[in-house]
Design a binder for this molecule. Structure first.
Ligand SMILES: NC(=O)C1=CN([C@@H]2O[C@H](COP(=O)(O)OP(=O)(O)OC[C@H]3O[C@@H](n4cnc5c(N)ncnc54)[C@H](O)[C@@H]3O)[C@@H](O)[C@H]2O)[C@@H](O)CC1
Ligand SMILES: Nc1ncnc2c1ncn2[C@@H]1O[C@H](COP(=O)(O)OP(=O)(O)O)[C@@H](O)[C@H]1O
Length: 500
């Protein structure tokens, strides 16, 4: 089963269903036990300071305190007055095993945080409605000044679950144990940086209840690996897909050759780069057609068509015109970089994959980049509705939007913040389309393949990794995804963007 992404409202809807089925108590017990387990694993000795808020997030902290106590850990619990029925119940259960809760006041927190081995933040979860009210603001300042590691339950207190922005004061956690599904804030931007390393505890909730609500899926590497094409032993270059790359312009010729390298390394049988500039052939296996002008190029193509085409990488001022011609072919097409022009809106078809980075996406939606990056899932969905086909809104992580919904591809490496990475991705996507994957599978599998290759290259080159390094790791990344038992858990890889 894939992991799901849920907004606060969607998580609350599942909670109501659990409550009416009499299962919410069990879910809270499971959540608290998982938090206790994470504490035991991460900080196996020393005093655990647990902070419980008024709602069910506080209830999870009280359950965690009970589990830790019965396992022999020294626990201290500071709690706000319990308002939620199950939080009140778990307070009584905690007292019944011999742990007293003390009132959570700033002075007490300040004193207790001095020598705690770990602080568990159960103040506010998905029930938080900004802005913060007193005394939560003062308490959060004290938590952030504490010297011990902080583990937040579900989401760092004070974060708006839906927004990547992290506009106001919130807990800065070292780790977050999130429940039932990922919250958008745990994956994107400044908000994700405040969550630290995230562990998802899916909880024993009927899968359809979560699936019906979910905003997006976050497929596992095993699920992604199963999408990748499998070849017969008698495969030859004619059956492995012929990809055309249309790109390059004086000054940006490298973009077309990086796309070509990405296509070859992702398995295309034949790759031809068409350009009106002298594109350097970084790999001699690439074929090159230098055309005098694009009109002449299209005349020379006649009725010949590749299995898939990537258009736009470094293509320059002719890009919109070239993309318009290519769209009329109605074949599997990746549109990137200069081909991502608002004037192409309405010309897309079901076989298109559009790959904007946030700046290009903002231009297509006529908005600002900061506004767009605040809600990347919403932005990707709006773009897909306007452009058709599949949209890959690139970033760390990227969002794939298609007519059936949204998918988030996590992983990658911060070293991928360098020029040419997107060009390589376009080639990968065209390669997978050329090998017969339908656009949504090519996008989901290609984006994760690219990110996984980035993780491998990042281990070798750190922040100095280049797009060529990423292309050279695609074979290993492919093997990792198709044999996932040997893949390190991408959530726990060092250097992976927070929350992903
Ligand atoms: N299915 C799930 O995902 C489960 C979720 N559980 C927990 O339930 C939590 C949600 O519980 P609740 O809906 O009770 O909400 P929370 O516990 O997140 O917060 C609600 C409480 O915070 C207070 N509050 C809200 N906004 C505030 C503000 N701006 N300033 C100060 N106080 C504010 C409210 O008065 C309310 O008492 C999740 O985050 C998770 O920790 C678990 O108990 C188990 C099951
Ligand atoms: N910090 C990061 N974490 C994960 N992936 C990243 C990160 N930074 C960039 N990437 C990936 O690198 C690519 C950059 O694309 P783009 O900005 O179009 O590059 P260019 O235009 O230089 O080719 C995207 O696929 C993006 O997802």
């Amino acid at each position: 089963m894939p992991a799901y992404v849920l907004t606060a409202a969607q998580a609350a809807a599942v909670d109501r269903r659990l409550e009416s089925a009499g299962l919410l108590d069990l879910a809270m017990e499971e959540a608290g036990a998982a938090v206790a387990g994470e504490v035991q694993q991460q900080v196996p000795a020393g005093r655990v300071l647990l902070l419980a808020g008024t709602g069910a997030n506080g209830g999870d902290a009280l359950v965690a305190a009970r589990h830790l106590y019965v396992q022999g850990r020294e626990v201290e619990v500071l709690a706000l007055p319990a308002r939620h029925r199950l939080t009140q119940l778990n307070r009584r259960r905690l007292q019944a095993v011999g742990v007293q809760c003390r009132p959570l006041r700033p002075a007490a927190l300040h004193r207790s945080a001095q020598d705690a081995a770990v602080l568990v933040d159960g103040l506010l979860g998905t029930g938080f409605a900004p802005p913060l009210r007193a005394p939560l603001d003062e308490l959060i300042h004290i938590i952030n000044a504490a010297h011990c590691p902080v583990l937040s339950i579900d989401i760092p207190s004070g974060l708006d679950a839906h927004s990547a922005q992290a506009a106001g004061l919130s807990v800065h956690a070292h780790r977050t144990v999130t429940l039932m599904g990922w919250k958008p804030a745990l994956m994107f931007g400044e908000a994700a940086a405040r969550a630290g390393a995230v562990t998802l505890v899916a909880l024993t909730v009927p899968a359809p209840w979560v699936q019906e609500q979910a905003l997006a899926v976050r497929p596992s590497d095993r699920e992604v690996g199963a999408m990748l094409p499998v070849r017969r032993n008698d495969a030859h270059k004619g059956t492995a897909g012929h990809v055309w790359v249309l790109g390059g312009h004086p000054g940006t010729v490298g973009a077309a050759s990086l796309a070509g390298a990405g296509a070859l390394r992702a398995g295309a049988g034949l790759v031809t780069v068409h350009s009106t500039a002298d594109v350097p052939l970084v790999m001699p296996e690439l074929m090159m057609h230098r055309h005098e002008a694009w009109d002449a190029a299209f005349r020379s193509f006649g009725t010949r068509r590749p299995d898939a085409v990537a258009v736009g990488m470094g293509l320059g001022p002719d890009a919109a015109r070239v993309a318009r011609e290519v769209l009329a072919w109605n074949i599997p097409t990746v549109l990137d970089a200069d081909a991502l022009q608002p004037e192409l809106t309405g010309l897309g078809h079901d076989l298109c994959v559009w790959t904007p980075h946030p700046g290009e996406a903002a231009r297509l939606l006529d908005t600002s980049t900061p506004e767009l990056t605040r809600h990347p899932l919403d932005a990707a969905r709006t773009l897909q509705e306007r452009l058709g086909g599949v949209v890959v809104l690139k970033g760390g992580p990227s969002v794939i939007a298609h007519s059936g919904g949204l998918s988030v591809a996590c992983g990658g490496h911060p070293g991928m913040a360098s020029a040419g990475m997107g060009d390589t991705l376009s080639g990968i996507l065209a390669s997978l389309l050329g090998q017969g994957l339908v656009p949504v599978q090519a996008a989901v599998a290609g984006v994760r393949l690219h990110a996984r290759a980035g993780e491998r290259a990042g281990q070798l080159h750190g922040y100095g990794l280049s797009a060529t390094d990423v292309a050279s790791q695609l074979g290993g990344a492919w093997a990792d995804l198709t044999h996932p038992q040997s893949t390190p858990d991408s959530d726990r890889l060092s250097g992976v963007p927070a929350g992903c």
